[in-house]
Design a protein around this ligand. Structure first.
Ligand code: WA2
Length: 269
């Protein structure tokens, strides 16, 4: 009887963890798909129309009205690729200067990725060169070289200082053939559409809706480097007592990154 009840407790942990992992992964995938559609919106209305049929006001309005489609993102934005020789003309047309993430006028760089359209919830990144932040820069370079959606490792986001990850889709000036080279992709890059998953507050919100009885502690890790897991969500504290844990796999859609969820009971069962 005792062995049976221990088994039940363990099965309970497995099913609660799997349920949470599936829910998080699904919400994540829904948000990524909608950002993909926004990248196509920018391509269609900014680049395939002459003159461009998109402006900040339209982008802000559309992204506010469709925010429910992206439940785990704090906001989305579009950063345009600007090479140095175009900087002066670009700044004159915009009426502002490109700034670094520290809000200083940008020093000279080969190229920049200033935000020209933003959802109001992240308006603080407007005019900022997203290549001036290490994590965002790596994302931009990998997105445009692969043509795919990419994720950063977890870091502290601008604005909230919450732990999260940034998602980036590349936008190209024209449709690319399937067999184009990496150099051709980079050359055809128009900009980057992306947003931040505020994992610390939005995942908390999601998991608290599922608060179970008995309570469990949920942690999410970036385990891309298996020997050095990076905490993405949850208390990064040593566990109070040795208790069995269950690890559920997570797939956030970027094959370059690996994630998992680790669950354990918060109290001795
Ligand atoms: N968006 C919101 N908060 C952030 C952030 C970000 N990046 N980076 C740090 N805090 C416009 O990849 C292009 C969004 C970056 C996209």
């Amino acid at each position: 009887i005792r062995r049976q009840s221990i088994r039940n407790v363990e099965e309970g942990l497995v099913s609660m963890c799997e349920e949470r992992a599936r829910m998080l992964q699904d919400r994540f995938a829904v948000s990524v798909n909608h950002v993909h559609a926004l990248a196509i919106l920018v391509s269609t209305f900014h680049y395939q129309k002459e003159p461009a049929a998109l402006d900040q006001e339209t982008f802000a309005d559309y992204t506010a009205r469709t925010a429910f489609e992206r439940p785990l993102l704090n906001g989305v934005a579009y950063a345009q690729r600007v090479v140095h020789t175009q900087r002066e003309l670009f700044e004159m047309q915009q009426g502002w200067v490109i700034r670094t993430m520290k809000r200083e006028p940008s020093p000279i760089q080969d190229e920049y990725a200033p935000v020209i359209y933003s959802q109001e919830t992240v308006s603080y990144i407007e005019a900022l060169d997203m290549m001036s932040g290490e994590e965002d820069r790596e994302n931009i370079l990998r997105a445009r070289a692969t043509g795919k959606a990419v994720l950063t490792s977890p870091f502290r986001l601008l604005g909230s200082n919450h732990l999260g990850v940034v998602l980036t889709f590349p936008v190209y000036r024209e449709d690319l053939a399937l067999d184009v080279t990496e150099e051709e992709r980079i050359e055809a890059t128009a900009g980057y559409l992306g947003g931040a998953f505020d994992v610390e507050s939005l995942v908390e919100n999601l998991l608290s809706q599922l608060a179970g009885n008995p309570e469990i502690i949920v942690k999410v890790y970036d385990v891309t480097n298996a020997s050095e897991p990076l905490i993405m969500y949850g208390p990064d504290l040593p566990d109070g007592f040795p208790s069995p844990s269950h690890t559920s796999m997570l797939d956030f859609g970027d094959p370059f990154r690996k994630h998992n969820m680790v669950c354990r009971y918060s109290k001795e069962p």
